[in-house]
Design a protein. Structure first.
Length: 570
């Protein structure tokens, strides 16, 4: 982690000593003898050893690999209920001495403080912002104080926060701290994995003490990552490349590893949005391009059970209808090229990766010919740039069926028959064929892949039997799906959308067994509740969840239970 070199420590110390001599900050011992150079008295300051030396309230803390500021790990604290995710450490200190406490944090309402100082306890906080920010404060120990408690915590009702590189700089308290780093050893086990016409995936063994790794292509550094894998992109088709990797930390960089050679496959344009066909029965999952307390993933970490991965979300611009995509640093990618490489690798594995437009907070206005064209042009440009297979429409603030239809048809003309087009309307949006969403789905039925309606956050709703069904039941799912199935959509264009865990949505989570029962009821006529559909729909496309991240947080329980069932439908 942020283990500062001696040269930097001495520079900092010099300023403190000068201040101490002028203002009497107590950086000398009781007899007036100058103490040794200041050290970081915090142990496991960068969480490289998990939560060793740290205690977190109510199991709220975890060491995570992303996002991190330096090294390979950081702390994630997740407030819940009346717990503010307080993580603390008892640090040995010298009596009558001054210490500088700091930490790098990310998130909203993150606190850093020290208690039991023997004088005045201190704390500081940040209301939040984008990226990492440093919190700093100072405290002076009492005449008999030999230990203090330093801590960080979030706030009630707020998302998870992250902390990294904690330091308690001052006289050595004798309790041991993080030592200065040494140059890590050369990484071993470098191997080439998935290969496409424009990318090569690499992985290697961890190197002790490494904070990052540098990837070299034919002797030139092309990428730096914090994990033990990378995908090198932007390569030419049918071309052989030589790769090496080195390990680095604050002390320096190791020598390069033994080289491996990999040859890209033949193929056409690496930006071609074409990809594998969506299987007859498919599992769709939304991947979060942000950190809201769920497990932070890279696309490569998404469970292979998912056939369609919807990257959430595109952003709107000042131009009506136009969309852009901004990769959030919080998800841990070292570069956009690394992200593109993960898309290419998923496609090579037979998966479709699409860009979702909208979400709860996102809104794209398409209400004119000009905005329809702006949407189609910008969406296709993103498909070409990133390799997305298509687009997902998750607009939750109202749509205009006439112009959204025009936009999607223009996009289809540009992308061709390989376009993957999905929708995720709310339940209220698909109550009848007269709603704008339903009208749009029917108008683009010939190019539509699947409508994964959100069977959650809605309360009780009318089914196709004109009876009110309670959210979270087999009848709720089957009776509302029946509206779409009997309203003009093909069975292959209907999917069941549910949350992956109780924390993933405000309401509507159902046990995976209920999802399996609903799938069986619709496709086989078995395991129904009190409502029995008028017929079976064996071509039903499958199921969707929000989100792959919340699924991972819950141990992939949802995808492991529902995925095989979807893939085993008739």
């Amino acid at each position: 982690m942020d283990r500062t070199t001696r040269r930097r420590r001495r520079g900092w110390l010099g300023g403190v000593l000068a201040l101490a001599m002028g203002a009497g900050l107590g950086l000398t011992g009781g007899a007036g003898t100058a103490l040794a150079a200041d050290v970081n008295n915090a142990r496991n300051a960068g969480f490289e050893s998990g939560l060793t030396a740290w205690t977190c309230s109510a199991g709220s803390g975890a060491a995570v690999s992303s996002p991190v500021r330096t090294g390979a790990a950081a702390l994630r604290g997740t407030p819940s209920g009346q717990d503010n995710a307080r993580c603390s450490q008892t640090v040995s200190v010298r009596p009558g001495s001054t210490y500088r406490l700091s930490a790098w944090v990310q998130g909203s309402y993150v606190y850093l403080g020290a208690s039991g100082t023997g004088t005045t306890d201190v704390s500081t906080w940040t209301p939040g912002g984008s990226g990492w920010s440093q919190l700093s404060t100072a405290f002076t120990t009492g005449p008999g104080t030999t230990s203090v408690t330093v801590y960080t915590h979030g706030w009630y009702g707020q998302p998870a926060y992250h902390a990294d590189d904690v330091s308690v700089f001052g006289p050595d308290g004798g309790g041991g701290g993080d030592p200065d780093p040494v140059v890590p050893p050369v990484p071993a086990g470098l191997a080439a994995g998935a290969v496409t016409s424009s990318s090569v995936a690499l992985d290697w063994s961890a190197s002790s003490g490494a904070a990052s790794y540098h990837v070299y292509r034919d002797g030139t550094r092309v990428q730096s990552v914090t994990g033990t894998s990378a995908t090198v992109t932007g390569l030419a088709a049918s071309t052989s490349y030589r790769f090496q990797v080195s390990a680095a930390n604050a002390a320096g960089e190791s020598a390069k590893s033994a080289a491996v050679t990999a040859t890209t496959s033949g193929g056409g344009d690496p930006g071609d949005p074409g990809g594998p066909s969506v299987p007859r029965h498919a599992l769709t999952g939304y991947w979060q391009n942000f950190d809201n307390g769920a497990t932070v993933q890279k696309l490569r970490d998404v469970s292979p059970q998912y056939d369609i991965i919807a990257v959430s979300f595109a952003d709107s611009t000042a131009t009506a209808g136009e969309i852009v995509f901004n990769l959030d640093p919080a998800v841990g990618y070292g570069s956009v090229d690394e992200f593109k490489g993960d898309i290419a690798a998923k496609k090579s594995a037979g998966k479709s990766v699409i860009l979702s437009v909208g979400g709860e907070r996102g809104n794209v206005v398409i209400n004119s010919d000009a905005s329809a064209t702006a949407f189609a042009d910008s969406a296709y440009a993103l498909m070409r740039s990133y390799g997305f297979n298509g687009i997902d429409i998750d607009l939750e603030h109202g749509i205009n069926a006439t112009y959204l239809t025009k936009a999607l048809r223009q996009l289809s003309q540009r992308a061709g028959s390989s376009l993957v087009l999905t929708m995720a309307p709310q339940t209220i949006d698909m109550q009848s064929t007269g709603t704008e969403y339903f009208r749009t789905a029917l108008a683009v039925k010939d190019i539509l892949t699947v409508v994964n309606m959100q069977y959650y956050n809605s309360g009780s709703m009318l089914g196709c039997d004109q009876k009110v069904h309670s959210q979270g039941t087999v009848d709720f799912i089957t009776a509302l799906a029946c509206i779409q199935l009997e309203g003009g959509l093909d069975a292959s264009q209907v999917g069941i959308g549910v949350p992956a865990s109780p924390r993933a949505a405000g309401s509507g989570y159902v046990d995976p067994q209920i999802v399996r029962n609903a799938l069986d009821c619709l496709t086989r006529g078995t395991h129904c509740g009190s409502f029995k559909p008028p017929r079976t729909y064996p071509a039903l496309r499958g199921a969707m969840t929000w989100s792959t991240n919340w699924d991972a947080t819950a141990g992939s329980t949802w995808s492991n239970a529902v995925g095989p069932h979807v893939h085993g439908l008739p």
